[in-house]
Design a protein around this ligand. Sequence first.
Ligand SMILES: *[C@@H]1O[C@H](CO)[C@@H](O)[C@H](O)[C@H]1NC(C)=O
Ligand SMILES: *[C@@H]1O[C@H](CO)[C@@H](O)[C@H](O)[C@H]1NC(C)=O
Ligand SMILES: *[C@@H]1O[C@H](CO)[C@@H](O)[C@H](O)[C@H]1NC(C)=O
Ligand SMILES: CC(=O)N[C@H]1CO[C@H](CO)[C@@H](O)[C@@H]1O
Length: 517
Amino acid sequence: MERRPLPHLLLLFFSPWLLLLLQQGVSSLQFTRDDFPDGFTFGAGTAAYQYEGAAAEDGRRPSIWDTYTHSGRHPKDGTGDVACDGYHKYKEDVKLMNDIGLEAYRFTISWSRLIPSGRGAVNPKGLQFYNDMINELVKAGIKIHVALHHMDLPQSLQDEYGGWISPQVVDDFTAYADVCFREFGDRVAHWTTVLEPNVMAQACYDSGILPPNRCSYPFGNNCTAGNSTVEPYLFIHHSLLAHASAVKLYKEKYQVTQMGIIGINMYSMWFYPFTYSAEDIDATERAKQFFYGWILHPLVFGDYPDAMKKAAGSRLPLFSNHESELVTSAFDFIGLNHYTSNYVSDNSNAVKISLQDVTSDIGSLFRDCKWFCLKQLLPGTAVDPQGLEHALEYIRENYGNLPVYIQENGSGAPDGTMDDVERINYLAKYIAATLKAIRNGANVKGYSMWSFVDLYEIFGGYSMWHFGLVAVDFNSEERRRQPRRSARWYSDFLKNNSAIRVVEDGFVSAASHHAEI
Ligand SMILES: *[C@@H]1O[C@H](CO)[C@@H](O)[C@H](O)[C@H]1NC(C)=O
Ligand SMILES: *[C@@H]1O[C@H](CO)[C@@H](O)[C@H](O)[C@H]1NC(C)=O
Ligand SMILES: *[C@@H]1O[C@H](CO)[C@@H](O)[C@H](O)[C@H]1NC(C)=O
Ligand SMILES: CC(=O)N[C@H]1CO[C@H](CO)[C@@H](O)[C@@H]1O
């Protein structure tokens, strides 16, 4: 599971995995690009703050991420001031995408570049940048998938009314979406409203490690303001309402003529019970409700899951009848970001101990969920392609066979890795898992890997992990690009229809893994 210095083959002989392999029987799968259904697209992605740079150029104003990276909270991680300098280098990048053979490109728009104050006047230079980049992609024949929001709320809206925890954000987000649909919708056929709200709720409002860094003791203790017991719920509530409001606008005003589709994105880690005890199995169910149900239940059934209502009580906002109608079925597809799986064990007792000194009616997401990840794994370290199959199956069984795009999947490599065979292995296995899920009936329409080029990483900045098919030399002024081995591999798959062969090693089951830890 964890990164080990020994060659894999050698490891096999010394690890309990061998036993498992023998027990389960090794099977393999060979496939090509052409084995995927008609209309299926393969791509790669980036996100504005992590890619564009030009943070104070041509009228762009700060987002909460600019404020955060300039606050010195994590000085070693740097800032997105220059990042990959995508603002100036997008033409070169589109050419690289074309060389690799990417069929689709997923990027996000910087709200504060397009509408610097969050609401009101549109920045003509920002408009021009996105128009130019979109035109370049159209010329190259690359399908364009745009996400409207990835964490980078305009700082002015944060200052004015507290950003996402205020219902005021719904109107501002809808007006911003309106500008995007109106200006770019003739060429953009895939819209995603917000990315991973179910992760941001924790990171931004519960533990408070990401901007706007809101939390309250004892759930996070380094925030100057916040309330971990209520704000994560408000954040998601307003994210869902803003999403649904943008979808309504798109469907009423644009979809007939522009003929695109619109959806929301969520993080979809898979969960296994750590032991087969009833407590751990229950806790795993709760974790699924808190990760999948929190987003999908309202969108499919118009309300939050019962397990969440029970855990969070009155801290979970209510949908009015009107709001419930608005969110129900407000999507054409669901975008999934999927990186890894995790174990869940019941945490009720630990929670009681750590909260002894705190008065009763209190809870954060973690306590409400009562789950505890025994291994906090960075994306890419637990390679469990079956987890993706399970996730797709879970969605199909519980929410109907929704159209799904896998919008992010990938693994980070340490600095300096050009011969990124581990990433190739990872991607091959997850693409194979996608194909298997499709053959089992899952309605998956596309696969986009994370990321196209190395980026300013939200955990670790420029120094820790690089996810790119294409390496970026962040020490060179021109941010030199150099395709990695994985880029050639993806290219061979996409352009040459070369076969990928994957040997399945299965995932270590909970019980046996228990013994290993
Ligand atoms: C809070 O910040 C201090 C100083 O930056 C750091 O040492 C500590 O680990 C932080 N605590 C938490 C819970 O993040
Ligand atoms: C959080 O909000 C709840 C509900 O309004 C309140 O009871 C609680 O005291 C607040 N906690 C903090 C740390 O402000
Ligand atoms: C695609 O196939 C051609 C012909 O066999 C080969 O020369 C080329 O290197 C392949 N492309 C990649 C990216 O492997
Ligand atoms: C939407 C989202 O949060 N994407 C993140 C997924 O994980 C990678 C790797 O850590 C980040 O770079 C993305 O921003």
